[in-house]
Design a protein around this ligand. Structure first.
Ligand SMILES: [Mn+2]
Length: 313
């Protein structure tokens, strides 16, 4: 189908009511079992359809039927990626899954397992479908990835992930954090972590002692660890004010705008830069489900955000 605009939709995490409300706000209509966009538009889901929320199967069915009808595209979120590893046995550690069934990992995935029926044919079928989702999309005028667009990692994953669905070899490598593909998948779906200079630590909001920060990889002007840390305003003063290594000091995003989800933003939706917008405003919690209605612009405009659901909407 011809589309001249994409509606980029944030992390849904099983919140079907928020998804339906947002589609309605954007003028999508439900016809013969599937949601249709207004003329010339297409939905673009930024990943993390599952985990946490109460109606995960309904969300998957809405998204999949829209994609089957040519009304939507989607990229893989870290939760879908983790779900693949949760159900795939390791080839190097006999009897173990690529994503270990640890108490923490079980807890994070529990609602999905319960709703889908752990080990059921439906479970397996959704995992097979997750394997078909692209990790990145470059649609000419815009690009989409769940957490971080880094060209070298995008190219590596594109080169290695041949075929319609991720091969078993690709999946095995993708869960090996010592492999190039494993590190690339980590960056693209979970973002960038940066070790603090040796000897430095800080305590996060949960009181955990940390030696590394998640970064605002899109920053254009930050020069210190404190500037580029992805932390709350209360935590920021705790981050060392040390000057960053050169390689991290100036980030120039060339080319078309990039959309991401993943980061649990709050407050009024705003751009990360004229070239980067995060559309995750914590719909998995009390936040609204947010979309950015892209109309072809090469510099993003915060007036294009729309939202539905959540206490703040
Ligand atoms: Mn998420």
């Amino acid at each position: 189908m011809d589309s001249n605009g994409y509606d980029v939709i944030g992390d849904i995490h099983g919140e079907a009511e928020k998804l339906k409300a947002l589609l309605q706000v954007m003028g999508y209509t439900r016809r013969s079992g599937s949601w249709r966009p207004p003329e010339g538009r297409q939905a673009l889901f930024i990943g993390d359809l599952i985990d946490r929320g109460p109606e995960q199967i309904e969300v998957l069915e809405i998204v999949r039927s829209m994609m089957d009808a040519g009304h939507a595209r989607a990229v893989l979120g870290n939760h879908e990626f983790n779900a693949i590893g949760y159900l795939t046995l390791s080839e190097v550690k006999p009897g173990e899954y690529l994503r270990p069934h640890s108490p923490k990992n079980i807890k994070q995935h529990r609602e999905f397992l319960r709703q889908v029926g752990e080990g059921s044919s439906r479970h397996r079928e959704y995992i097979d479908w997750f394997r078909t989702l692209p990790v990145t999309l470059d649609l000419g005028g815009i690009r989409a990835v769940h957490a971080c667009w880094r060209d070298t990692d995008v190219l590596l994953v594109q080169a290695e992930r041949s075929g319609e669905a991720m091969s078993i070899d690709f999946i095995q490598a993708a869960f090996d954090d010592k492999s190039k593909i494993g590190r690339a998948m980590e960056c693209l779906t979970k973002g960038v972590e940066l070790d603090l200079p040796s000897g430095y630590v800080f305590h996060d909001h949960a009181g955990e002692c940390r030696k590394a920060i998640r970064t605002q990889w899109w920053h254009e002007t930050g020069s210190t660890y404190r500037d580029i840390a992805l932390v709350s305003d209360e935590t920021r003063p705790l981050i060392p004010d040390q000057v960053l290594p050169d390689v991290h000091r100036r980030v120039v995003i060339e080319g078309s705008p990039v959309f991401v989800g993943h980061y649990w933003m709050s407050g009024v939706p705003k751009l990360q830069s004229p070239k980067v917008a995060c559309v995750d405003y914590s719909a998995a919690g009390d936040g609204p489900l947010v979309a950015y209605r892209w109309q072809g612009e090469s510099e993003l405009d915060a007036r294009q955000f729309v939202m539905a659901g959540g206490r703040t909407a």
